[in-house]
Design a protein around this ligand. Structure first.
Ligand SMILES: [Mg+2]
Length: 183
């Protein structure tokens, strides 16, 4: 049980992708960022990425981060979105939380798990898979909870429960700093 809880424990929790301190991640040695798409970068099912998200991705790329996308969606009927992401590797039907998608993305990004961060809005897919694959994991609040898919909506109460249990077991602190100290 404890091991399961640990593999569900995000290293950081942030209100959005805009509230992440990417410079600190860089200083701590992270060089690759893998983003979930739906409800992390835009609303669930979005046909295009919001302008601020596109700007952020371009800035992170220009900063030197390798950027990739891991989505459990098929990406069909979303040609504009695919076009918007075409600068970077994206894996659709990624099968999160299975670790294979993460491993394939690491190979595409040519990075190691120890220098890679997964950023997503769902504990039982994005975070669980990332921790099992050995990545640093940042949970963000969903862009629009109302737009969640039905399975995601049904999982939210359980996510909240697990997060409560986790915060009781180990009060939240920023693991990126631990790592920085180790270097
Ligand atoms: Mg999502």
């Amino acid at each position: 049980m404890k091991r399961l809880l640990n593999s569900l424990c995000p290293d950081e929790i942030r209100p959005s992708i805009y509230a992440i301190d990417y410079e600190r991640l860089w200083d701590a040695g992270y060089r690759a960022l893998i983003f979930d798409i739906d409800n992390t970068l835009g609303e669930w099912g979005c046909r295009v990425l919001p302008e601020p998200a596109q700007t952020l991705l371009r800035e992170l790329h220009a900063r030197g981060f390798a950027v990739g996308f891991l989505s459990n969606d098929g990406g069909t009927n979303r040609p504009q979105l695919r076009e918007g992401l075409s600068l970077w590797p994206a894996l659709w039907r990624a099968g999160k939380p299975r670790t294979r998608g993460y491993k394939n993305m690491l190979a595409l990004l040519k990075t190691q798990e120890t220098e890679t961060v997964m950023i997503g809005d769902q504990l039982f897919t994005d975070i669980w898979g990332a921790k099992r694959a050995g990545l640093y994991a940042i949970l963000v609040a969903p862009v629009s909870p109302a737009s969640d898919s039905l399975p995601a909506k049904l999982r939210r109460p359980l996510e909240r429960l697990v997060l409560q249990l986790l915060s009781r077991e180990n009060p939240p602190h920023d693991h990126a700093d631990d790592r920085q100290e180790k270097h």
